[in-house]
Ligand binder design. Structure first.
Ligand code: C5P
Length: 205
């Protein structure tokens, strides 16, 4: 059983994917982390994230980079979004994701193109979304909790920019698969979102 969870940043897809993995006893891969590691590696190399060659070179990042807490910050998210437009970068990360998805016993993957590109045969496909306002508000509270100085309108602008880039790129744009079940978490709390996701997966089986 493969469960694909796609959607924009801060939609709640990571929380949902983790909860589904626990509920169904499946391993989970946050594929955004792979793109974040490439973005971070380009930065460490002093390269240009918009240069396809520099970005491709950074796909050879060491595994321990995946544990770097800095991968989660906004700056790295922006770099990830820039390196992820290059087809060669997506190709270089394909096999790792594909192998995870097709391991015996099944898996949960969350990202942007799991249901469309990485595992189009997934039995359950969720597209988790929420309004920009709701997502910015969540990100704002999350960052404030971590003690970061943050501005709600700046976060909204940044989310809009990233959505725009993810939706409009030529390769593997952020769009729901035809057979995805859409879950809008704008008005749902954590538990409600998880319950809706479990219901959607059960209906897909
Ligand atoms: O989900 P997260 O915010 O960690 O992803 C960071 C960036 O990586 C996204 O903005 C997107 O551009 C890219 N990404 C992608 N395909 C995926 C996962 C993430 O292009 N499967």
């Amino acid at each position: 059983m493969i469960i694909a969870v796609d959607g924009p940043t801060a939609s709640g897809k990571g929380t949902i994917a983790k909860a589904l993995a626990r509920h169904y006893g499946l391993p989970h891969l946050d594929t955004g982390l792979l793109y974040r590691a490439v973005g971070r590696q380009v930065f460490l190399d002093g390269g240009d994230p918009d240069d396809p060659g520099d970005a491709l070179g950074a796909t050879a990042f060491p595994d321990h980079l995946l544990d770097d807490p800095q991968l989660r910050d906004e700056q790295t998210g922006g770099l990830a979004s820039r390196v992820s437009v290059h087809p060669a970068v997506r190709q270089a990360l394909f096999e790792r994701q594909r192998n995870f998805a097709t391991q015996a016993g099944g898996a949960v993957l969350d990202g942007r193109d799991i249901g469309t590109v990485i595992a189009p045969e997934a039995q359950a496909k969720l597209f988790v979304t929420a309004s920009v306002e709701a997502r910015a508000q969540r990100r704002f509270l999350e960052m404030r909790e971590r003690g970061a100085g943050v501005n709600l309108l700046e976060i909204q602008d940044d989310l809009r920019r990233r959505d725009e880039r993810d939706r409009n790129r030529a390769v593997a744009p952020l769009v729901p698969a035809d057979d995805a079940r859409v879950i809008d978490t704008s008005a749902l709390d954590r538990e409600e979102a998880i319950a809706a996701a479990i219901e959607a997966v059960d209906l897909s089986m």
